[in-house]
Ligand binder design. Sequence first.
Ligand code: TYD
Length: 140
Amino acid sequence: MNLEEQYKIIEFADFGDERGNLVVIEGDGMDIPFDIKRVFYIYGSDSEVVRGSHANRETEFLLVNVSGTSKVRLADGSKEIIVELNKPRMGLYISSMVWKDMYDFSKDSVLLVLASRHYDANEYIRDFDEYLSEIQKGKK
Ligand code: TYD
């Protein structure tokens, strides 16, 4: 599968009014393709830090910078795509088996992550060569 088919930028509805903004993300195919099983958020990272550097065999993710900005580098061994997350209404959907790095965090960055599965360290691939050999096997 092409890397282009393994991610999607989604703009969420904003029910903002004079009281402020309210952004809703519903799972189960409504706003994002999966049922949300886990939520985590990353803050206090800076412009020097690189996080992620892994692929997940099973889990799909949705990333939103609810505050500040960061960049995400997606790779599949033959292509690389960089997405800047810079709006609280902007979500980046990432399917399973995509290599990802998160970096260039602004000081005020709060990166919210919604996941389709509970945490399981065994479904993480943290070695790029192993990742490449698993996708090669998958193509055969
Ligand atoms: P890590 O995968 O290194 O974070 P990132 O993807 O941002 O680079 O996770 C850091 C630590 O947190 C690691 O010890 C595993 C733990 N962790 C959980 O226990 N549950 C989770 O859902 C996540 C994402 C991480």
